[in-house]
Write a protein that binds this ligand. Structure first.
Ligand SMILES: Nc1ncnc2c1ncn2[C@@H]1O[C@H](COP(=O)(O)OP(=O)(O)OP(=O)(O)O)[C@@H](O)[C@H]1O
Ligand SMILES: [Mg+2]
Length: 142
């Protein structure tokens, strides 16, 4: 994949600059740059094997690109591990559905919010105070 809707200057939103990724001799991403403004919707299209999933894997931190940078809301997140990216608000879904079997739809959705909750394990055990409050707020958002 080689996209170059040249990234604008770093700001709010997502900015991908000159991203490259290779698997051995296979270039999955070659100098990919684009930006996504807050509140906008951007689609990435391309044939099978074009590198779409590889791009999302780089943005969410599952793959480490060989070159380039990723900025989110003005911070360079290129070195952040996936949970740190989730904590600052980057979320993704998977091409092959990745749900927890045996958990309800509600619990699967709630799991995505987990990184943002302040309840610790002890609060949760007693389900009191902040734990209860956060749980009720979360359910009302869903
Ligand atoms: N972990 C990996 N190891 C080796 N090669 C990989 C790996 N992941 C992706 N590739 C290769 O990188 C290229 C891009 O694959 P990718 O899955 O990103 O394409 P895609 O655009 O998501 O395709 P599709 O439309 O089929 O989902 C392909 O040639 C693929 O075989
Ligand atoms: Mg894919």
């Amino acid at each position: 994949m080689a996209m170059s809707d040249q990234a604008s200057s770093p700001s709010a939103g997502l900015t991908v600059s000159h991203l490259s990724l290779a698997f051995g001799g296979l270039k999955a991403l070659s100098d990919v740059s684009f930006s996504v403004a807050p509140g906008s919707i951007t689609a990435v299209i391309g044939p099978n094997g074009a590198g779409k999933t590889s791009l999302f894997n780089c943005i969410s931190g599952f793959y480490r690109p060989s070159a380039g940078a990723i900025e989110f809301d003005g911070s360079d997140i290129s070195k952040f591990h996936p949970p740190a990216r989730a904590k600052i608000g980057l979320a993704r879904t998977f091409q092959n559905i990745a749900l927890f079997r045996g958990m309800t739809v509600l619990d699967n959705i709630k799991l995505g919010r987990h990184a943002h909750m302040r309840t610790n394990v002890f609060d949760a055990l007693w389900y009191f105070g902040r734990a209860r409050r956060e749980e009720l707020e979360l359910r009302s958002e869903i």
